[in-house]
Design a protein around this ligand. Structure first.
Ligand code: AMP
Ligand code: TRP
Length: 333
């Protein structure tokens, strides 16, 4: 059976190495697999669950698209579009919101993290965000959803919603139950300043992450300033549980060189930290600098970028509008 892939990325600017290694690198590999149809969505409706400056949002949508293309996604092979241009996503989210239960949403840890201490002030959209995500996935009969580890719980919720819909309306196979594709390794890249915190767009310190738009000098500087500890480079046997920063840098190195953490430990065992950091910087420059240059080039081609989205929207609309129509019929509309 052929695989149907769906994934989404928020256009919130500053796409970083975590997004690349945890998600986009995988998107490109899936796009190039046989018997696989891929749909990649810039989830602008999800982005407005927190305040956005309209001009910035427009810029960020183009920047996310440019990043997709620069990383190797190809609009001829994958459907690439932005969520708000396909109305079925909002319609589907409303319907599925009437299927999901408050108790299920109350368990979502990402809402608790994002809403922070003052939950009363969070938008209702931020709370129902995982329902919209379920609509995204289910409208395309997706079989597999590649995401980073932080989205695991949302995927489980999506499956629960689909099962409940199918049960309630006695339409056993109408909504397909998707599987998450979470990489076994390197699915959680951590901050360069604190190995216990996820690398994130919203970290106020730019030194905490490698942005996919960083140039050579920035990359080298950020690795130089990245946090380590005073102990020597670990040997193969050492458990790095209590050395999260060192583990993270070794994971980044291993992921970029398509190697295992054991091999990387072996390669640097007994060496100086500065040797390791030099090697890591060169590898990052080799892999990230071409992406960064391509993003900058593409950002000057607004018409080209907008045409890609328009083409993708047309294709996505065809799929999603049929599915939502069937959904409405089942419900009794
Ligand atoms: P977002 O920017 O939150 O829309 O995330 C886009 C994709 O990148 C999702 O699949 C996330 O799980 C993944 N992602 C975000 N941050 C990280 C990280 N630090 N490590 C690994 N994957 C990440
Ligand atoms: N919630 C995801 C994130 O923040 C983005 C997203 C929205 C998504 N819709 C999706 C991911 C559908 C996978 C499938 O990373």
């Amino acid at each position: 059976m052929s695989k149907k892939i769906f994934s989404g990325v928020q256009p919130s600017g500053n796409l970083h190495l975590g997004n690349y290694l945890g998600a986009i690198k995988n998107f490109v590999e899936l796009q190039n697999e046989k018997d696989t149809e891929c749909v990649y969505c810039i989830v602008d409706l999800h982005a407005i669950t927190v305040n956005q400056d309209p001009k910035e949002l427009k810029k960020n949508i183009r920047e996310t698209l440019a990043t997709f293309i620069a990383c190797g996604l190809n609009e001829k092979k994958s459907i690439i579009f932005n969520q708000s241009s396909v109305p079925a996503h909002s319609e589907g989210a409303w319907i599925l919101g009437c299927i999901a239960r408050m108790g299920w949403l109350n368990r979502m840890t990402q809402f608790k993290e994002k809403a922070g201490k003052d939950k009363e002030k969070a938008s209702v959209g931020l709370y129902t965000y995982p329902v919209l995500m379920a609509a995204d996935i289910l409208l395309y009969d997706s079989t597999h959803v590649p995401v980073g580890d932080d989205q695991r719980q949302h995927l489980e919720l999506c499956r629960d919603i689909a099962l409940r819909f199918n049960n309630e309306f006695q339409t056993p196979n109408f909504l397909k139950i998707p599987e998450s594709l979470i990489q076994k390794n390197f699915s959680r890249i951590m901050s360069l300043k604190d190995g216990t915190k996820k690398m994130s767009k919203s970290d106020p310190s730019d030194l905490s992450r490698i942005n996919l738009t960083d140039d050579k000098d920035k990359i080298i500087n950020k690795i130089k300033k990245s946090k380590t500890d005073t102990m020597p480079m670990p040997n193969e046997e050492e458990n790095l549980k209590d050395r999260p920063e060192v583990l993270n840098l070794l994971e980044i190195y291993s992921s970029l060189s398509n190697s295992s953490i054991e091999k990387s430990k072996m390669e640097f065992s007994g060496k100086n930290f500065s040797d390791f950091k030099d090697k890591l910087s060169s590898l990052l420059v080799e892999k990230i600098e071409p992406i960064s240059k391509e993003i900058k080039k593409l950002l000057n081609e607004e018409k080209h970028l907008d045409a890609i989205l328009l083409g993708g929207t047309e294709k996505a609309n065809k799929y999603a509008s049929i599915k939502v129509k069937e959904m409405k019929k089942i419900i009794g509309f």
